[in-house]
Ligand binder design. Structure first.
Ligand code: GH3
Ligand code: MG
Ligand code: MG
Ligand code: MG
Length: 426
C-alpha cells in the first residue's frame, strides 16, 4: 500500500517512515496539511497517517478537506497525536478519522493498526467490485437511474430496426457537460454527482414521447434516441435542452464560457437506409458534438444525413456491390438490391439521385426498368450508370433515351466511379 504520512516533526517523520517500511508498505511524506492536499491531487494513496498539531492547517482541518475532496472514495485515515482529551478524540472521528492513536506510539502498535486498516480496505475493494458487477447486471445507471450504456444500446437497436422497416426518420443526440472537470475540482465530487442528477432531470423533461430513449453513455455524457424525429425535430429537442439548463441555472463559477452549467449537443438524423448502422449514426452525432465543443459550447449542432445524396445500386454481382459500398460510403447514402422490380419500388418511394445498374440486369429485365423510370415524371430525370464486364464502347447510343448516361467497366476503379457519380449528380 502507498501510505501518506503527514507529520511536521522531523524526528517523528523519520521514525514513522521506518515503521511503514518495516511493515512492507511504501511511505509518502508530507510535512504539512497543505503539502498533503497538494500531493493528493496528483498521487492516489491507500491510507493516511496524520499528525494533528501542525502549523497552518491542522490534522483535523486537513482531514475534513480530504474527505470532501474524495467524495465517495474512502481511504483510512489514522490520527497520531499528543492530545489525549476525550473531546479531541471525538473531534478527530467527526472530522473523518478512522482511528486515533496517542503519542508516543510503538512500532508494534502502528504496524498492527496498519494491518487492521488494510483488512478494511480489502473489504472495501471487494464491495466495490461486487457493486460494479451488480451494476453491470442491472439495466439502470445507479447515479442517475436512466439506462446504462449497454441497455441503451440494446433498446436503441430495436428502435433502429423498426425505423428501418418503416423507413421512418430517426435521430440521436450526444450530450456532454461543459467544463465538468472544473466543476468537480471547484465544488467537489459529491456536488458533481448532484449536478449530474439535475442535468438528467432537465434532459428528461425535454423528452415528450414515450418512445424517446435516454441513457448515460459515459461519466458526464448522455445519449438520447428520438425515433420518428427528423433533423428539425432533433434540433428542436436539443435546443430545448440547452434552454432548460439555462433555466435550472446551476451555478458554475469557474466555467470559462458561461456562468451556469451548460451542455454541448451533437446530433445526427437520417431516414433509415440499408447503408447505415446505428453505430454510424452515433459516430456522426459524436462528430457534431466535437464541432459544438469547438465552436463555443452551450450549443447544439445536428448533422442531417438525409441531405447526403442517395445512390441506388442494382447489382447481381455481390462482389461489385460490396466494392461500390466501400467506395461510396459515407459520402453517399447507398441503397442496394439485385432485383429490378424492387429497384423500381425504391425509385418510386425514395427517388435516389443516381442509379448504378448492372449491365447484365439492364440487358434482361433491367432495360424494362429503365423504360419504366423514363416514362414516369417522378423518376425520369434520375441518371443511370451501367456497370459492365465488357467494353463500354460496344453499348448502343440509344441508351441515353432511356436515362442511361454513362458506363463503368469492371473491375471498378474508385477514381472513375467517384468521378462519374460526381459528374452526374452535381
Ligand atoms: P469539456 O467541456 O471539453 O467537455 O470539458 P470537461 O471538463 O467536461 O471534460 P473532461 O472529459 O476533461 O472531464 C470530464 C469530467 O467529468 C472528469 C470527471 O471527473 C467528471 N466525471 C465523470 N463522471 C463523473 C461522475 O460520475 N461524477 C462526478 N462528480 N464527476 C464525473
Ligand atoms: Mg505536529
Ligand atoms: Mg466527456
Ligand atoms: Mg465534458
Amino acid at each position: 500500500m502507498k501510505i501518506l504520512l503527514v507529520e511536521d516533526s522531523a524526528t517523528l517523520r523519520y521514525a514513522m517512515r521506518n515503521y511503514i517500511l518495516e511493515a512492507g508498505h511504501t511511505p509518502l511524506i508530507a510535512q504539512s496539511g497543505e503539502a498533503a492536499l497538494q500531493m493528493l491531487e496528483t498521487t492516489p494513496v491507500d491510507m493516511i497517517i496524520m499528525d494533528v498539531e501542525m502549523p497552518g492547517l491542522n490534522g483535523f482541518e486537513t482531514t475534513r478537506l480530504i474527505r470532501e475532496w474524495l467524495g465517495g472514495h474512502w481511504i483510512p485515515i489514522i490520527f497520531v497525536t499528543g492530545r489525549n482529551e476525550d473531546e479531541s478524540y471525538r473531534e478527530g472521528i467527526e472530522a473523518g478519522g478512522d482511528d486515533y492513536l496517542i503519542k508516543p506510539v510503538s512500532a508494534m502498535i502502528i504496524k498492527a493498526k496498519i494491518r487492521a486498516m488494510e483488512r478494511i480496505t480489502e473489504m472495501r475493494d471487494q464491495l466495490n467490485h461486487l457493486n460494479a458487477e451488480l451494476e453491470a447486471l442491472s439495466q439502470l445507471d445507479s447515479l442517475t437511474q436512466i439506462y446504462n450504456r449497454r441497455t441503451f444500446n440494446e433498446m436503441a437497436q430495436q428502435q433502429w430496426l423498426l425505423a428501418a422497416r418503416q423507413q421512418k426518420p430517426i435521430s440521436v443526440l450526444m450530450i456532454d457537460v461543459d467544463h465538468f472537470k472544473l466543476y468537480n475540482d471547484h465544488y467537489g465530487h459529491p456536488a458533481g454527482d448532484t449536478c449530474l442528477k439535475k442535468i438528467t432531470q432537465a434532459i428528461r423533461d425535454c423528452l415528450n414521447r414515450p418512445i424517446d430513449l435516454i441513457g448515460r453513455y459515459g461519466g458526464e455524457e448522455f445519449i438520447v434516441l428520438l425515433p420518428e424525429a427528423d433533423s428539425v425535430g432533433a434540433m428542436h429537442v436539443a435546443q430545448s435542452i440547452n434552454a432548460a439548463l439555462e433555466k435550472v441555472d446551476l451555478r458554475h463559477e469557474v466555467s470559462p464560457t458561461h456562468k451556469c452549467v451548460t451542455v454541448s449537443i451533437g446530433g445526427a438524423s437520417c431516414v433509415q437506409t440499408l447503408s447505415y448502422s446505428l453505430e454510424e449514426l452515433i459516430k456522426r452525432a459524436d462528430r457534431a458534438l466535437y464541432k459544438a465543443k469547438h465552436t463555443g459550447r452551450n450549443r447544439a449542432l445536428v448533422d442531417d444525413i438525409a441531405v447526403h445524396k442517395t445512390i441506388l445500386v442494382v447489382e447481381q454481382d455481390t462482389e461489385a456491390t460490396k466494392t461500390l459500398l466501400q467506395m461510396l460510403t459515407p459520402q453517399y447514402n447507398i441503397l442496394y438490391t439485385e432485383n429490378a422490380e424492387e429497384a423500381l419500388d425504391i425509385c418510386l418511394d425514395i427517388h435516389p439521385d443516381a442509379i448504378i445498374l448492372d449491365a447484365n440486369i439492364a440487358d434482361e429485365n433491367g432495360e424494362r426498368l429503365c423504360r419504366q423510370l423514363a416514362r414516369n415524371p417522378k423518376t425520369h430525370a434520375i441518371p443511370i450508370v451501367l456497370t459492365s464486364e465488357t467494353s463500354c464502347n460496344t453499348r448502343p447510343v440509344s441508351d441515353s433515351s432511356i436515362g442511361i448516361r454513362g458506363c463503368l467497366e469492371k473491375p471498378l476503379s474508385k477514381e472513375s466511379v467517384l468521378q462519374k457519380i460526381q459528374f452526374l449528380i452535381n
